[in-house]
Design a protein around this ligand. Structure first.
Ligand code: HEC
Ligand code: HEC
Length: 374
């Protein structure tokens, strides 16, 4: 399914959406307000609803959808105890070999969940070959990582701790040894996992707690307020940009409430894109998956550069232009690029600073190992 030829479906989607609203959103076409009638005289402060904006909203609601207020996982029900523990583990640097890194080093929660680097320095400064994506709203994606190799945030959370170029712990058992040596964690794990009370400090539970915390990292944006009925949440330029984004065909891949994150697509679908990273082919061994990646979410994209799977694109304007060229075979004018960028700015959301703030971590015990190089 994911590796089907995508040009056909791209056309179909573009056609289906393209006919709905060709005129909405652009500055000249804003119609004059209706003449004041008897009913318009009543509440002076409420501007008359603009039918062109309403039509754009209806169209956008059909393509995207408001960011949900939660991202639940029935297999990992959230409790305040689990979320609080997950937050601590997200910031916990003692579960890395050098004890100098944590999840937050590469996914900085006070920086839209990224570190701003093309690729991230991990254990002893080693770098992997992919850019660190943001953890905000990631729980809503169909799968995790650029190539979707982990099913959900719970499964994903087990990876970096043991990855030799990331947190570099040699084995699950050593992670558990560290957590058990920190006396404060025993009651916290017991409260978060009452069903495994006999031995709650377990690698799977660590990942479940981190996942539960990540499921709360959602960032509602002005675009959501617009979808919910607030015309003024987007500037006229941003509404025009939304129309440009739709009409250019970006929505073929970047759709749904996360504006991406819902499907796999070939990078270089129309015009080959130069990269050594073969994407999902490495995972599936299937030639049809060569250069296929998860379509990234565009929420907060203005804040999560540098862009692309290898972090090689340093400007958002360039990312937009490259997308048009390689994914759609189009060359955009400068005005179209800045129009789309204005829309993308409206996807920059609000981080709940209290939820994301670093918690106080329980102190080490006498048995807690110190930092190691290898
Ligand atoms: C040294 C930097 C580094 C550290 C430390 C790190 N990550 Fe990541 N993270 C990355 C990179 C790089 C990727 C993308 C790798 C890929 O796709 O192949 C990634 C991907 C992810 C994703 C997938 C997001 C998406 O949109 O697909 C999530 C979620 C995530 N990390 C959470 C975590 C958690 C939780 C921890 C701590 C247990 C952590 N990371 C530690 C660098 C890091
Ligand atoms: C055929 C599917 C498809 C279409 C159409 C498409 N994209 Fe993408 N987009 C992707 C994929 C796949 C990636 C990931 C690229 C990579 O792996 O480096 C991506 C990445 C991006 C990124 C970088 C995100 C990041 O976090 O690094 C931006 C920005 C973007 N697209 C914007 C757009 C815009 C704007 C349009 C319309 C002009 C568009 N895309 C059209 C599939 C598509």
């Amino acid at each position: 399914m994911r590796s089907m030829n995508r040009i056909g479906s791209a056309r179909r989607v573009a056609l289906a959406f393209g006919s709905l609203c060709l005129a909405c959103g652009s500055a000249e076409q804003e119609p004059a307000p209706p003449p004041p009638g008897p009913e318009a005289a009543a509440p002076a402060a409420t501007p008359a609803p603009d039918p062109a904006v309403a039509a754009l909203r209806d169209q956008a609601r059909a393509i995207f959808g408001v960011l949900p207020s939660e991202a639940p996982n029935p297999n990992n029900p959230s409790t305040p105890q689990k979320v609080d523990l997950g937050r601590m583990l997200f910031y916990e640097n003692r579960i890395t070999l050098s004890q100098q890194l944590s999840c937050n080093s590469c996914h900085q929660l006070d920086n839209y969940g990224v570190d701003g680097e093309p690729t991230s320095p991990g254990h002893k400064g080693q770098r992997g070959d992919r850019n660190s994506p943001t953890v905000f709203n990631a729980a809503l994606h169909i799968a995790q990582f650029w190539d979707g190799r982990a099913a959900d945030v719970e499964e994903q959370a087990k990876g970096p701790v043991l990855n030799p170029v990331e947190m570099a712990m040699p084995a699950e058992a050593e992670v558990i040894l560290v957590l058990k040596s920190i006396p404060g964690y025993a009651p916290l794990f017991a409260a978060a996992f009452p069903d495994s009370a006999a031995d709650p400090i377990h690698f799977d539970n660590m990942a479940l707690a981190i996942g539960a915390f990540e499921r709360g990292l959602l960032t509602p944006a002005p675009f959501d307020a617009f979808l919910e009925g607030d015309d003024a949440a987007l500037s006229m330029e941003q509404r025009a940009g939304l129309t440009t984004f739709i009409q250019t065909g970006c929505i073929t891949c970047h759709n749904g409430a996360t504006i991406g994150g819902r499907m796999y697509q070939k990078l270089g679908l129309v015009e080959p894109y130069p990269t050594d990273d073969t994407g999902r082919e490495k995972l599936t061994g299937n030639e049809a998956d060569r250069f296929v990646f998860k379509v990234p979410s565009l929420r907060n994209v203005a804040k999560t550069g540098p862009w692309f799977h290898d972090g090689s694109v340093a400007s958002l304007d360039e990312a937009i232009q490259l997308m048009a060229k390689h994914q759609l075979g189009k060359t955009l004018t400068e005005a179209e690029v800045s129009s789309i960028r204005a829309f993308l700015d409206s996807l920059t959301g609000e981080v709940d600073a209290r939820y994301a703030a670093p918690p106080e971590l329980p102190p080490s015990g006498p048995e807690t190992p110190g930092p190691r190089e290898s």
